[in-house]
Design a protein around this ligand. Structure first.
Ligand code: GN1
Ligand code: MG
Length: 360
């Protein structure tokens, strides 16, 4: 625990620190809860392999959180709890670089909030989807050109496919032979990878300010009412597609399994939960989305799940260098779970059409 405590010296203004403990379950950054005389805070070490332009990233977060805070104020909401705040170091910088080159930041801790790994019921999932729908609506008037692209081509699915093929060709760990079935599954979906990308290129889908990592555990709920309070993990806020934000909520939430389930017979995509996500998301974002955007939501669900599976499989082939793992084969299990979910979405594809499309 020495390094986090050392880093906190850059925030003398927080007063004496009593405890620093690991917090949350992110796959990329290291997160700690800081408790001290001045209250509770979140401390994070930013993964600088993943995020190379930390200053651009912190600037994005500052711009977006300030914008949301202002929107919340105007709507008469609870400013202290409905957006997180970046707490600058004593010298005014948004993050602190230590002697080893690690970057640290401090964020406000939202009191009376909970973060769930799995929805306990439909209402939890509805609140998650609604929180990301609201995020998109609140940022509807934000000029996306002010944002740095923190991970270039983050949800460029055709590019993710190319990265996957390269990892298969290189096979640096000698693992490809073991996962031929999974490789084949991805290859059968090569053409699908282009679907939303091409629509956007043709001007049929607009670029919006999107969150790009819209899973349940990136939303804080009020511990008393269990209503969505605030969206967290803003590292990947960038210009993007609304279908992707909707889709990642479905990927993580519209099922009854863990993301890294080892037993594929326990993995079930649940269409009724898909509808809950759709209702929740549209309850907030519906008024700003175009008819075309609403029509392609199911593609967002399928492609975010496929893309995430490709990324886990790519990382497995490359030796688990990107996503944190706690056990061998965890990335392979994560990939398999995503592919099972894709298959099950395909099995009920017609039923996932937007209500309007169904009514035609
Ligand atoms: C990562 O850091 P975390 O766990 O919120 C990843 C997402 C993946 C997700 C899979 C920057 O998010 O893209 O969808 O894991 N974030 C980054 O659970 O790559
Ligand atoms: Mg996260």
């Amino acid at each position: 625990m020495e390094k986090p405590k050392l880093a906190l010296r850059a925030w003398g203004k927080l007063g004496s620190i009593e405890r620093v403990s690991p917090f949350g379950s992110g796959h990329i950054n290291d997160t700690y809860l800081v408790e001290g005389a001045g209250g509770r805070y979140i401390l994070q070490r930013i993964n600088t392999n993943t995020f190379q332009d930390v200053d651009g990233l912190m600037q994005n977060i500052r711009l977006v959180t300030e914008f949301i805070t202002e929107q919340t104020r105007q709507a008469g909401g609870d400013v202290g709890r409905e957006s997180m705040r970046v707490i600058p170091c004593d010298d005014g910088r948004l993050c602190h670089r230590d002697e080893e080159g690690s970057c640290w930041r401090v964020l406000s801790y939202i009191e009376g909030s909970v973060c769930l790994q799995k929805a306990r019921n439909e209402q939890d999932l509805f609140e998650c989807a609604a929180a990301f729908g609201r995020f998109q609506r609140q940022l509807g008037a934000f000029d996306a050109s002010r944002l740095t692209e923190t991970i270039p081509r983050f949800h460029d699915t055709p590019k993710r496919y190319q990265d996957f093929e390269r990892a298969v060709q290189q096979d640096t760990m000698g693992r490809a032979a073991k996962v031929q079935r999974e490789i084949e599954f991805v290859r059968q979906h090569k053409a699908d990878c282009r679907y939303l990308f091409d629509l956007q290129q043709r001007g049929e889908l607009p670029l919006r300010v999107t969150h790009n990592d819209t899973k349940l555990n990136n939303v804080l709920l009020d511990e008393r009412t269990m209503k969505g309070l605030c969206v967290i993990d803003l590292d990947t806020v960038m210009p993007g597609l609304s279908a992707h934000d909707f889709g990642d909520t479905v990927r993580f939430g519209a099922n009854d399994c863990r993301e890294d389930e080892e037993d594929q017979s326990k993995v079930h995509f649940l269409p009724q939960l898909y509808r809950v996500c759709e209702r929740g998301f549209l309850s907030q974002a519906g008024e700003v989305l175009t008819a075309r955007e609403k029509e392609v939501l199911r593609w967002g669900a399928k492609l975010m799940t496929l893309e995430c599976g490709m990324r886990f499989l790519t990382d497995y082939l490359q030796g688990d260098v990107y996503f944190k793992i706690a056990r061998p084969d965890q990335n392979l299990d994560r990939a398999r779970t995503q592919f099972t979910l894709v298959q099950q979405m395909e099995a009920c594809w017609d039923a996932l059409a937007s209500q309007k499309e169904n009514g035609r």
